[in-house]
Design a protein. Sequence first.
Length: 306
Amino acid sequence: MRKDLLGIGDLSAEEIYLVLDTAEAMREIGQRPIKKVPTLRGRTVVNLFYEPSTRTRTSFEIAEKRLSADTLNIAVAASSVLKGETLADTARNIEAMAPDVIVLRHEASGAGHLLSRICRSRIINAGDGMHEHPTQALLDAFTIREHKKRIEGLKVVIVGDLLHSRVLRSNVLLLTKLGADVWICGPATLIPPGMAPLGVRVSTSVDEAVAGADVIMLLRIQHERMHGAFFPSVREYFNTFGMTAARVARARPDVIIMHPGPMNRGVEIASEVADGPYSVILEQVANGVSVRMSVLYLLAGGQDGD
Ligand code: CP
């Protein structure tokens, strides 16, 4: 395995399958009465989150603890970042205390690449701006494979705010690499340029996109990244693109419904779908722990940490 996990774009299909297969073994640890193994004993992992997070930060910390790493969470709001310290200087100061891994979430695309250049520690990208969120795509693939026993040939439809989504980018890169038939769907104003060459089908009709789908993945409207009006109103967005039970009925009878969270109920997804029989949304969250254990083990679990 490489030194850092910065994006799905860097990984081969073989490396992706290695992470997924290792996550299967890691899941078994979480089912034991004592959910702990000594694999990362003596290793120090710093979780450095510049943006809010519930699922990613919590599941990384649980994964680290299950592997017996010494874990440290840096609350940026209570750090010297507020006094104007740059990301690079913050990273150099953390490095001076000799951690083995830094898990970074940052609002700037490429923040992990910057740390990768200046840090000896292994860097795991936990979401960088609108660029990538690799562990989310890996846990999504793990969840899809668990239900469908394969990824190749599945029709996977991703609906929502495509323009501002790092989850979209990582999922498109991963799912196309593994041979899925990927469709993306949203208002024309929220479709990023340059998607078709990545091998995806682009549609502005949700009814067309979800027809015969094996997997429907909803993405949140990211109001915090929007500067301007991308659609007339939330009500119109829900009417045109919101995932309702009637729309789900156009998909295959064994469709699964996914969402990386946090959800905006009544915007991109109706509660009847989020909490309905096809939803695997909370399974995604549970699988996040196993997949992040897998990534930590593969990056930092070697005899010498290399
Ligand atoms: N999916 C995801 O990244 O959720 P959080 O922002 O809560 O970590």
